[in-house]
Design a protein around this ligand. Structure first.
Ligand SMILES: [Cu+2]
Length: 151
């Protein structure tokens, strides 16, 4: 959907992993072949359940179709009981793989009253963009994955 495709994360994001001593287990649902090589998973498509190691899961989607401007990326986290959970921290990072000067750096998703995590994604030009999402609980990284999409 939305012309999305998935690839491995580019080398340019690897410094982000520095200091992470352990390799996470790849989620069984969302990982694609070869994704482990990059040290983290390929983010599943919009709306798909992405398993978390505690038995819960999360989903992500753009609130409206991603296009030039500032679409809002929304992450919803659920516990293993299926209830929406708000105890995590969700970090986004986005940019154009071909033009690294657009890179946002790590930006925190803001939790709203409904328990959704929201991040405005500033898409300043047409082309291929990468969105990376990281889910933390305290200092523990539960998940990290990235996806490419074209606007
Ligand atoms: Cu650009």
């Amino acid at each position: 959907m939305n012309g999305m495709k998935t690839i491995l994360c580019s080398l340019a994001v690897l410094p982000f992993l520095a200091g992470c001593g352990k390799q996470e287990a790849a989620p069984s649902g969302g990982a694609r072949p070869g994704s482990a090589q990059a040290g983290h998973a390929v983010l599943a498509a919009e709306g798909e359940k992405i398993p978390l190691p505690d038995g819960g899961w999360f989903t992500w989607r753009f609130a409206e179709k991603a296009k030039l401007g500032t679409p809002i990326a929304k992450v919803q986290v659920f516990g293993k009981d299926g209830a929406q959970a708000a105890a995590c921290e969700v970090i986004g990072e986005y940019g154009m793989p071909s033009m690294r000067y657009h890179d946002s750096g790590p930006v925190k998703f803001q939790l709203n009253k409904k328990g959704d995590y929201l991040l405005p994604v500033n898409l300043v030009m047409p082309g291929e963009w990468e969105l990376k999402i990281k889910v933390l609980k305290g200092t523990e990284k539960l998940y990290e994955g990235a996806i490419l999409f074209t606007i």
